[in-house]
Write a protein that binds this ligand. Structure first.
Ligand code: PEP
Ligand code: MG
Length: 322
């Protein structure tokens, strides 16, 4: 594997464009491993969100069916193959793998998916880490995939869990990982997605369970805060990531995490919008993960905002020279 390269250097290598260095890290979201090379070519500092759902949807088969018919090693390799592609394209830049966030309505269409429960409102239903902990046999395969990749030399993978609502979920995932010989927070950096008002409001209790970072999932945080089902077209016009209640929760999470030395990031769509990015940088977010096509704009917005903050600080004479 290549030795670590300095930040900024990779930007120059991959794009040939003038280097814009920012204090806030610029990361990229990857939903399908197939776009790994294109995502890496943006010069992003790493992957802030690698979604697992398409790794499974791509096989066309329900993970429980894979497990029953082909065995644990086969399912581990499905996850490992997807993550490897991205970890390889980005090495040694970090790749943040999010464990499976499987909504019942999407997984029902898979071969062997007939048993997926029919829910009145899947967005308030069996998904995220609560489902992950109910289906430990799948979550275990994801953790085994990370362990396998580490043994192959990919030390650039981090793990985060979706839709956290209780500190106990953090504890339980750590216990499961320990059972397979993976120490989260030590062998692998470990974080949670903050995408429910519950997690945002009790962020301090979640931090106390021992996490390295949080990532704000503003797509879900918005829908749960202002009670707008993100899949319901009837109410789509009311969906506002910059609703004051959503902003208040985000600011609270960033400021609290700063107090405890926990890194903060955003991987929801709001991170791809310049108006939101200015606020996030001012609140002190450590990294922003945006869509591939938004990276250049977001990098420029971050640079401009950071520059303004420095200028304002100098103007206010808050900045003292010895
Ligand atoms: C989010 O909720 O903001 C997020 C990034 O996760 P997803 O869109 O996959 O639910
Ligand atoms: Mg989400």
């Amino acid at each position: 594997k290549k030795e670590k390269i300095e930040r900024g250097e990779d930007i120059q290598i991959s794009t040939g464009a003038p280097v814009i260095i920012t204090a806030t890290e610029i990361m990229v979201n990857v939903s399908m491993p197939e776009v790994a090379e294109r995502a890496a070519a943006t010069g992003a500092d790493g992957v802030g969100l690698l979604r697992a759902e398409h790794m499974i949807l791509g096989t066309g088969v329900h993970p429980i069916k894979i497990l029953k018919e082909k065995g644990e090693e086969a399912l581990v390799e499905v996850f490992a193959e997807g993550i490897r592609k991205v970890a390889d394209a980005f090495y040694p830049r970090p790749v943040t793998y999010r464990t499976l966030d499987a909504p019942t309505d999407e997984f029902r269409g898979l071969e062997g998916g007939e048993d997926e429960p029919v829910e009145q409102n899947p967005m308030l239903g069996w998904r995220g880490i609560r489902r992950g902990l109910d289906e430990k046999e799948i979550l275990k395969c994801e953790l085994l995939a990370i362990k396998k990749l580490r043994s192959e030399g990919y030390k650039n993978i981090r793990i985060m869990i979706p839709l956290v609502t209780n500190p106990s979920e953090v504890r339980k995932v750590k216990e499961l990982a320990r059972e397979i010989g993976l120490e989260l927070g030590k062998d692998v950096e470990f974080g949670v997605m903050v995408e429910t008002p519950a997690a945002a409001l009790i962020i301090e209790d979640i931090i106390k369970e021992g996490i390295d970072f949080v990532s704000l999932g503003t797509n879900d945080l918005t829908q749960y805060t202002i009670a707008i089902d993100r899949n319901n077209e009837l109410v789509a016009k009311y969906y506002r990531e910059n609703h004051p209640a959503v902003l208040k929760l985000i600011e609270h999470v960033i400021r609290t995490c700063k107090k405890y030395g926990v890194k903060t990031s955003i991987c929801g769509q709001a991170g791809s919008r310049p108006s939101m990015v200015e606020k996030l940088v001012r609140w002190g977010i450590d990294s922003i993960s945006a869509n591939i096509d938004a990276i250049d704009t977001i990098r420029k917005t971050v640079a401009r905002t950071e520059q303004r903050i420095i200028l304002e600080t100098i103007r206010d004479k808050k900045f003292k020279m010895d």
